[in-house]
Write a protein that binds this ligand. Structure first.
Ligand SMILES: [Zn+2]
Length: 130
């Protein structure tokens, strides 16, 4: 990926994460909206990811600016290789999970420090006009 291409991606949403809208910091990630499965294998000797000769990259045609979004590491890692709808579901699941397991979360909610809404998950890029 050239520096100019990466800059073009950075500028796609004005230097903001396409998902949460935070300001991108050094080390921001490139996310494929429709996932590209690279199927790489870890090379223990060289401590790096290598191409998998038996199972090549799936959907390399998706590595284009129309299918790529600039993302903060947290959003990119949480989205993983899922679809947008998978990511949206996962985020909704975090709140459900907190209500099931976190006493601290439930206490904070009871004291009004946390307020839940039913507005759903809207990604930053869905809220702005291009
Ligand atoms: Zn983000």
């Amino acid at each position: 990926m050239t520096k100019a291409y990466r800059q073009k991606l950075f500028d796609k949403y004005g230097g903001k994460c396409a998902y949460c809208g935070c300001d991108l910091q050094k080390g921001w990630h490139v996310d494929e909206i429709e996932p590209v499965r690279r199927n790489r294998v870890w090379n223990y000797e060289k401590s790096r990811w290598d191409r998998n000769k038996e199972k090549p990259c799936e959907h390399p045609e998706r590595m284009c600016i129309e299918n790529q979004n600039p993302a903060c590491p947290s959003c990119n890692i949480n989205k993983h290789s899922g679809s947008l709808e998978d990511f949206r579901e996962a985020i909704l699941g975090y709140m459900k999970h907190l209500n099931e397991i976190s006493t601290q979360y439930k206490v904070a909610k009871r004291y009004g420090l946390v307020e839940e809404t039913s507005s759903g998950v809207k990604f930053y890029f869905e809220t702005i006009k291009k």
